[in-house]
Design a protein around this ligand. Structure first.
Ligand code: NAD
Ligand code: IPM
Ligand code: MN
Length: 352
């Protein structure tokens, strides 16, 4: 028995997690996965009620007793500084040391691609986003806050160990999945300390993988290339904040944020799975959100948990729904969130 903690969170996180749960339950039964799904109410309402993102001891409970955490999305206009997001999402990433943010960019149908003349084979790469360092560490402060002389600092942290393990993870993935090239992206022409470390470690680690091509783009050139020639990319590895930005663009290449799943992973440990998108408050509760990102995220989680058959079946069901245009309006369909989720469940049930 493996325990999965399910946190729907806020906004459309709740809408899409309802559908993701249907898929989890269906796969659990069909493939006899032996998963125990336990739902938690954490999110904006819980934070506003209790003053904390997670109660004391919860992180330890996740770490010791759960194989994975599944999260819909967080973000609520009543908490403009996103404190609960830091205490739940960023805390999970940091405290569980989930250093790999794996974000695949895969076009499922040419109809969904905003780029002229690009096909399914052109848009198929994965991003390895460093997930525990960079500007996300929360180091900095204010001086003379609120005065005309105010100073604010925000430091980015890059450690040799941290940079090395994410770069190595990207190369190992490329080797295992027979991907031809690993591309590193940074802004080392300007950020001469932190990103210089990235340059040196990429060269050192890359030398251990002679069969894999290596190249490098400054991040401004990388986003240009992602639009002009996405077929160039197999595996992209980059630091935390650049990875955040790159993967929203990546999501658009595959049809939008409603199509992009992701995993926050530390191999062998309790890991966190969530779609790339946020809580999109203005469309919450309206049966409009696309559940596919959340459903593909379930497939990523099952793959991580060593259930590749179930993961593949879910991907196949999603592929069929997309090909038949049995999808939500953001990707050209006419279905609501629930109807799309139900349709994918019905396909999954029928697959053998
Ligand atoms: P967002 O991803 O919530 O939405 C951006 C736009 O993308 C939406 O307006 C919508 O048009 C589209 N979109 C996103 N998901 C969709 C879906 N499933 N189906 C259809 N369309 C979809 O980003 P935002 O508006 O910048 O942020 C809203 C809140 O979410 C903020 O509080 C932000 O901090 C938070 N956020 C949370 C996460 C997370 O929990 N992992 C990720 C990103 C943003
Ligand atoms: C994401 C989100 C988060 C991030 C926010 C909500 C903290 O944008 O998962 O992409 O910046 O990592
Ligand atoms: Mn983001």
């Amino acid at each position: 028995m493996q325990k999965i903690a399910v946190i729907a969170g806020d906004g459309i996180g709740i809408d899409v997690t309802t559908e993701a749960l249907k898929i989890m339950r269906c796969a659990n039964e069909k493939f006899r996965l032996g998963l125990e799904l336990i739902e938690f109410e954490y999110g904006a309402d819980y934070f506003l009620k209790t003053g904390v993102g997670l109660p004391k001891g919860q992180m330890e409970d996740f770490r010791s007793n759960y194989a994975a955490v599944y999260l819909g999305a967080l973000g609520d206009p009543r908490i403009p500084d996103m404190r609960h997001g830091r205490e739940i999402l960023l805390a999970l990433r940091f405290d569980l040391d989930l250093y790999i943010n794996l974000r695949p960019v895969k076009l499922l149908n040419v109809r969904l691609c905003p780029l002229k003349g690009k096909t399914k084979t052109d848009i198929d790469f994965v991003v390895f986003r460093e997930n525990t360092e960079g500007p996300y560490v929360g180091a900095g402060g204010f001086l003379k806050k609120g005065t005309p002389d105010e100073v604010a600092t925000q430091e980015a942290m890059h450690t040799r160990k941290g940079v090395e393990r994410i770069i190595r993870a990207a190369f190992e993935y490329a080797r295992l999945h027979r991907r031809k090239r690993v591309t590193m992206s940074d802004k080392s022409n300007v950020l001469r300390y932190g990103h210089d470390l990235w340059q040196r470690v990429f060269a050192e680690v890359g030398a251990e993988y002679p069969e894999i091509e290596k190249d490098h783009y400054f991040v401004d050139a990388l986003v240009m290339k992602m639009v002009k020639s996405p077929e160039h990319f197999d595996v992209i590895v980059t630091e935390n904040m650049l990875g955040d930005i790159i993967t929203d663009l990546g999501a658009m290449l595959q049809g939008g944020l409603g199509m992009a799943g992701s995993g926050n992973i530390h191999p062998g440990r309790t890991s966190l799975f969530e779609p790339v998108h946020g809580s999109a408050p203005y469309m919450a509760g309206q049966n409009k959100a696309n559940p596919i990102a959340a459903i593909l995220t379930v497939a990523m989680m099952l793959d991580y948990l060593g259930k590749p058959n179930a993961a593949e079946a879910i991907e196949k069901a999603v592929q069929q729904a997309v090909d038949e245009c049995q999808v939500t309006a953001d990707v050209g369909g006419k279905l609501g969130t629930r109807e799309c989720g139900d349709y994918i469940v019905s396909l999954l049930q029928r697959l053998h």
